[in-house]
Design a protein around this ligand. Sequence first.
Ligand code: FES
Length: 142
Amino acid sequence: MTAELHSRRTVLTTGAAVAGAAVGAVALTACGSDSTPPGSTAAAPGETLTALSDIAVGQAKATKTADGKDVIVTRTAEGTAAAFSAICTHQGCAVVPEGAELKCPCHNSIFDAATGAVKKGPADQPLPSIAVKVTNGQVVTA
Ligand code: FES
């Protein structure tokens, strides 16, 4: 009986220690992450992403923001553009422009280059859009 109590106490103590370690790990993770959501492309307003003339009408181009975030810029018409995070909403790979579509090389999701909408999964959320305007032939964050 004593051995059984001792054993039970050991299990409870060990369990509490493991639980404490898990809480500590969660706290460290929370402290170590920044507050930017995955795929966020909060580019500063007024940042030039590319020249509009570098993209054919209806096509898209992969580029980066000044702070290194992957973005897609699509020339939606002669004088207009749209931009999106290039980070796939499935598991975070960078999508690649292919004609009027954006393809994810990891699990083959396909997005509409003009809208960022999902055309084929497994991704089930659109690419986050980035507000842009065309100023003096440059695609600039708005
Ligand atoms: S990460 Fe893009 S489809 Fe899985």
